[in-house]
Write a protein that binds this ligand. Structure first.
Ligand code: NAD
Length: 360
């Protein structure tokens, strides 16, 4: 069985890293690759020992499994072998056209971002792999932009107060941001609507701020549910009181399949101290800050607002390493001795397959 990887368009990450090749070989899967596929993640073709380097078109034509980080363009689907399967992140939650287009073209697809977030599937959870990098990067990007220190310092020239970091949303990204900001010596305050994260926040050294009356639903699979407008207004007022005293705000609050809630209003930003930094990791789903613009950095009243949901792409080597492992662990559930056995009674396979109609 041949697994194909190609150079990603507009993304420095690569779907499979050299380390994974020997593990794929144990499943009787060989790798064919486009020349330079790993270059931007700093993996050279020579690092892929045992892989066959071909033209992009040949990889698409010959592969039984095509693994990409972002979906191929629809024009390229036509080059892919009709019996091949594509593994990528099709984001059907955000892109309503993804599944109908695949079905129309008769392309079998598994979407890594649809793998259920259960204990059994933890090693395949690409959302967690990338969110964790995003939280870490968010603190580093903010710290580099901030015209002030994060830690408290007592120097001969005077004392520096520690910076305050406010984190909105304590999912995977938020928790990693707390840990990173604490390591840099900041004081960290945190909001989340899920009370389940309170202890985790506290164990990382963050202060958990409670807003009464949040809706929580155990049947949402651990995800947050949409809150009432009345609750959000109360929350915004609470957030404002903390935000105007914060040096850095990192927003990560998302509700799966919905627009992100607005938690930081224009008036709040206007009252923040000049030089402060906001990183909006939810910008691709509308953003948590009223002013943020996706993929843009703007400055309002001296406050820098960075709207970026793609921060993991700025750390491509480890991001690729983690994605590659996530894919390998997923393949282990359905590849035996170089043959695909997609058992749809397996919750992980069932969840990830977005075109089950094409498997009957
Ligand atoms: P996410 O990206 O969907 O959301 C980020 C955070 O924003 C969440 O913690 C959410 O509660 C919070 N949020 C939403 N609305 C908010 C509001 N109005 N104010 C403040 N915060 C708000 O979350 P995620 O990081 O993808 O994690 C989603 C869930 O999946 C979590 O319960 C997480 O623990 C769980 N999870 C489970 C596993 C596993 O068991 N394998 C792995 C990873 C994540």
């Amino acid at each position: 069985m041949k697994l194909g990887i190609v150079k990603e368009s507009r993304d420095p990450r690569v779907a499979i890293v050299p380390d994974t090749l020997s593990k794929l070989s144990a499943l009787s899967v060989s790798v064919i690759m486009e020349a330079g596929a790993g270059d931007e993640s700093f993996f050279s073709d020579n690092d892929y020992v045992g892989a066959t380097v071909l033209s992009r078109d040949e990889v698409l034509k010959q592969a039984d499994i095509i693994v990409t980080f972002n979906p191929l363009s629809q024009e390229e689907w036509k080059l892919v072998n009709q019996n091949a399967i594509m593994i990528s992140q099709f984001a059907p939650f955000a892109d309503a056209e993804a599944v109908p287009s695949l079905l129309k073209e008769g392309k079998k697809a598994f979407s890594m971002d649809m793998i259920p977030r259960t204990t059994l599937a933890q090693s395949m959870d690409v959302l967690s792999s990338m969110a964790s990098i995003a939280g870490y990067q968010a603190v580093l990007v903010a710290a580099a932009k901030l015209p002030r220190y994060l830690p408290m310092l007592i120097t001969a020239a005077g004392s520096i107060k520690p910076s305050k970091v406010l984190i909105l949303g304590a999912g995977v990204a938020g928790l990693q941001a707390i840990a990173t900001a604490k390591r840099l010596g900041a004081i960290v305050e945190v909001f989340d609507t899920r009370m389940a994260v309170k202890e985790e926040v506290q164990s990382l050294g963050g202060k958990f701020i409670e807003v009464e009356g949040a809706k929580d639903d155990k049947s949402a699979g651990g995800y947050a549910v949409e809150q009432t407008e009345e609750f959000l207004a109360r929350q915004r007022a609470e957030v404002q009181a903390r935000a105007i005293k914060s040096d850095i705000i990192i927003t990560t609050a998302q509700v799966r399949g919905r627009k992100a809630p607005i938690l930081l209003e224009k008036e709040t930003v206007n009252q923040m101290r000049a030089g402060s930094v906001i990183i909006d990791l939810a910008s691709s789903t509308g953003g948590n800050c009223e002013l943020s613009k996706d993929n843009e950095t703007i400055v309002v009243n001296g406050v820098t607002i960075i709207g970026n949901s793609q921060l993991p792409a700025q750390m491509p080597q480890d991001a690729s390493f983690l994605y590659s492992n996530n894919v390998l662990n997923f393949l282990k559930t359905m590849v035996r001795e170089g043959t695909l056995h997609a058992d749809f009674n397996n919750e992980i396979i069932k969840g990830a397959c977005i075109t089950p109609e094409l498997f009957v």
